[in-house]
Design a protein around this ligand. Sequence first.
Ligand code: ADP
Length: 336
Amino acid sequence: MFRSARLKLASLYLVIIMTISIFFSFFIYNTTLVEVERVLKHQAVEFYAARGLIPPPPNFIQINPDLLIEARRQIVLRLLTINLIILGISGGIGYILSGKTLAPIEAMVDQQKRFISDASHELRTPLTALKSELEVNLRDKELTPQRAKEILMSNLEEVNNLQMLSDNLLRLTQYEDARGWDFVKVSLQKVIADAWVKVAPLANQRQIAFESSVKNEYTIGDAFSLTELFMILFDNAIKYSPKKSTVRVSAKAHDASMKLFVSDEGIGIPQENIPHIFDRFYRSDSSRSKHSVTGYGLGLSIAQKIIRLHKGSISVDSTIGRGTTFTLKLPHVKEA
Ligand code: ADP
């Protein structure tokens, strides 16, 4: 598809360049011919003058038609050669340029295709499980009301997970650009407090404590998405930490930028998995097997998108069995 589009675009470039070139060739042909006639007539006048004769008026001077034909032939030949060279060069350049023009579009389409296939794959697995559970139980003639209720509850859990997946997928596409965002001075103390309030029920369940030393630190950004960013990091910190541990947040401000550290005392991330944790749908094996926690591997890719839209960066430092620290780099604004 992109090969034919590239050829079409290259041909379009060629048509534009050749139209301009042919237009100028006609112009050059006409002006050169007028100039040749003028020079020939001037030569004739000089010829008369050299012999002491009075030259006839320019309109009456006869030019040798063979000379004019030869001049025309030479001009046409040169213009044709020039046009052929332009055709060859612009054909090549047009092909290269159209490739360069289409490359980002091709990359975007590929990315979208991958996204759709990843998303449908993730959706298919829980849907198939849900469907077969329903089918098997519908065929069961001895299904008791008590068992039916249990099945409905388990189905509801699956549906909730699916809803979470579709919400996350939607968010991932929403954070492609910062359209509709309000970039204002945002208090990080408030953002962090708001985010913790949202995850507090989960933290309380696991008796996980929270400590933040972030006080009067401000950034320029969108408060809503920054809250979501901290929610993702806190949610992970809680999910992947043992009961009764602590999640800590601290900050280190410089002039134009600042660093925020979100640390937990959890299971840690194996070094070999660190380069992949920001990939869509990536879940490290340890989080799948040893700890049966919910998630579709979308949280950190959403977090990364949010931080990039704030012209910041996110990195991670982790030690197995000791804990993980996510470092966020954001623009820093002074308090006043
Ligand atoms: P998930 O929905 O699986 O939490 P994320 O994109 O948020 O998806 O995280 C990707 C993977 O990174 C997780 O599956 C987990 O293996 C790892 N991870 C993220 N945060 C932590 C953390 N605080 N401690 C340990 N592992 C983490």
